[in-house]
Design a protein around this ligand. Structure first.
Ligand code: PHE
Length: 391
C-alpha cells in the first residue's frame, strides 16, 4: 500500500499521520496496514519483554506468537484478510507497558492486544486496553488480578491459586517437606500472589511456614535473607520469583551450605536459569504450563514446526502460550465474523474447549482459563519432565 493511501486511511479513521506510523515500524506480519473497520489486513498488537531482565520471557512468547501468525497467514488469513502483527518491547521495565499498549491501540489501530508474560506488566497495561475497549489476552500472566481489571481482559493460562496449590501439594506429598521458608520478590505481583496462595494451601495441609523473607527483583545479594532462612530450620525453600533472581539465589544458597530442596513456579522457566544457577540449580523443581516432552500429537507437531522455524530451538511454556493466544484470538474473530474489538471481546468470552498446544481453552466467567500444570526439574543441566497435574 502506498504511503499516501496509508496516510489518508489512517488520517481519516484514526486522526494520526502516516509519518508517525512509519516511524513506529516494528510489525513482523508484513503487508499493508489498516484500521479495524476496513482495509485488507487485521492489525493485532503484541507487547513483550524482548530485552532487559526478563528478556527470554518476551523472546519466547514472541516466537510462539509469530509462528502462529505466520501459519494463519500462510493458510489464507482470517475472514479473507491477513493478520498484521505489531510488536512492541516493554524492556522488562515498569512504565513501558502502558505507553506501548496505548501506542498500539491509538496509533496502530490494533483490534486486540496480546501480552504480557509478567503479571505486573500485564496489570499496568490492562487498564488502558479496558478503557479503550480493545480486548487484551495475556498468554501467561497468572496473577488473578490481571483479568479482574475488566471485561476486555482475558488470559489463556491457569491462575496462581491453582499453581500455588500444585506446588504446596508437591512439596507436601512428593518432597515430603513439613517446614518451609518462603522468599518473595516484593516488586512483583506474581511473586507476592503465588507466595500467598502457596502458604495458604501448605498450612491447610498441616505444614508450617518457618520463615518469610523478601527481596526486590534485580537484587544481587541474598545472603542476609538466606542466612535468616537457614537459621529458621526449614526442610524446604519456596522461591516464587523470576529466573535471574532464582539463579543467583540458588548459587548463594549452595554457598551457604543450604541443601534442603528449593522449588518455585513458572517464573523459573528460562535457559538462563541453568546458565546462572549452574550446579546449584540441579535437582530443583518448578511448576509450569507445558512440557515440550509431552507425548501428545499436538505438542509433538508444534515442537517440530517451531524447531524448523527457529533454528532448532525447543519451544518453552511461553512460546506455547504465545502461540495459543493467537489461535484463541483467531478462533474468536472467526466466530464473531468481524474484526471489531467489541465483537471480538464477546466471542472471546464464549470460547469453549478450544484445542491448543497447551490443552483445551475454555474462558470462564472471570475470563480465565483452567489448564493442567506440569512439574519440571533440572537434570544434567537440562529441564526434565516430572509430572502433570490436572486442574
Ligand atoms: N506467570 C508469570 C507471571 O504471571 C509469568 C510466566 C509465565 C513466566 C510462564 C514464565 C512462564 O508473572
Amino acid at each position: 500500500m502506498s504511503v499516501s493511501i496509508l496516510g489518508r486511511l489512517l488520517g481519516v479513521t484514526m486522526g494520526i499521520t502516516a509519518g508517525a506510523l512509519l516511524l513506529s515500524g516494528c510489525g513482523d506480519g508484513g503487508g499493508g496496514s489498516s484500521a479495524s473497520s476496513g482495509g485488507n489486513v487485521i492489525p493485532i498488537g503484541e507487547y513483550a519483554s524482548l530485552t532487559g531482565k526478563e528478556a527470554t520471557f518476551g523472546q519466547s512468547s514472541h516466537s510462539g506468537t509469530l509462528l502462529a501468525v505466520e501459519e494463519i497467514n500462510a493458510a489464507g488469513g482470517v475472514l479473507g484478510k491477513k493478520l498484521e502483527l505489531k510488536t512492541e518491547d516493554t524492556q522488562s521495565k515498569a512504565g513501558e507497558p502502558a505507553t506501548v499498549v496505548r501506542k498500539l491501540i491509538t496509533r496502530d489501530g490494533v483490534v486486540a492486544v496480546l501480552g504480557e508474560v509478567a503479571s505486573s506488566r500485564s496489570l499496568e497495561a490492562a487498564p488502558i486496553a479496558q478503557q479503550l475497549k480493545v480486548p487484551m489476552i495475556s498468554p501467561s500472566s497468572t496473577n488473578p488480578k490481571v483479568t479482574e481489571v475488566g471485561d476486555f481482559i482475558f488470559r489463556v493460562c491457569f491462575i496462581d491459586p491453582f499453581q500455588g496449590t500444585v506446588m504446596a501439594n508437591f512439596a507436601w506429598n512428593t518432597l515430603k517437606v513439613r517446614k518451609v521458608a518462603v522468599l518473595t520478590d516484593v516488586k512483583s505481583d506474581y511473586s507476592l500472589g503465588l507466595a500467598q496462595f502457596f502458604v495458604e494451601r501448605f498450612k491447610q495441609l498441616g505444614g508450617q511456614i518457618v520463615a518469610e523473607q523478601s527481596f526486590s527483583g534485580g537484587d544481587k545479594d541474598f545472603k542476609a535473607q538466606l542466612t535468616a532462612i537457614k537459621a529458621s530450620g526449614p526442610d524446604g525453600l519456596f522461591v516464587p520469583a523470576y529466573y535471574t533472581d532464582v539463579g543467583l539465589i540458588a548459587r548463594q544458597a549452595k554457598e551457604l551450605g543450604i541443601n534442603f530442596p528449593l522449588f518455585g513456579g513458572d517464573g523459573w522457566e528460562s535457559p538462563k536459569l541453568i546458565e546462572i544457577g549452574g550446579e546449584a540449580i540441579e535437582g530443583k523443581f518448578y511448576s509450569t504450563h507445558y512440557s515440550p516432552e509431552d507425548p501428545s500429537q499436538s505438542v509433538r507437531d508444534f515442537v517440530t514446526r517451531f524447531k524448523a522455524r527457529f533454528k532448532g530451538e525447543v519451544p518453552d511454556a511461553m512460546a506455547a502460550l504465545g502461540y495459543d493466544s493467537v489461535m484463541v484470538l483467531v478462533d474468536a474473530i472467526k466466530r464473531a465474523g468481524s474484526a471489531e474489538p467489541a465483537k471480538i471481546r464477546d466471542a472471546l468470552a464464549q470460547t469453549k474447549d478450544f484445542e491448543g498446544v497447551t490443552g483445551k481453552t475454555t474462558i470462564d466467567a472471570q475470563r480465565n482459563a483452567s489448564k493442567a500444570a506440569v512439574i519440571i526439574t533440572v537434570k544434567n543441566g537440562q529441564f526434565a519432565f516430572v509430572e502433570k497435574v490436572n486442574p
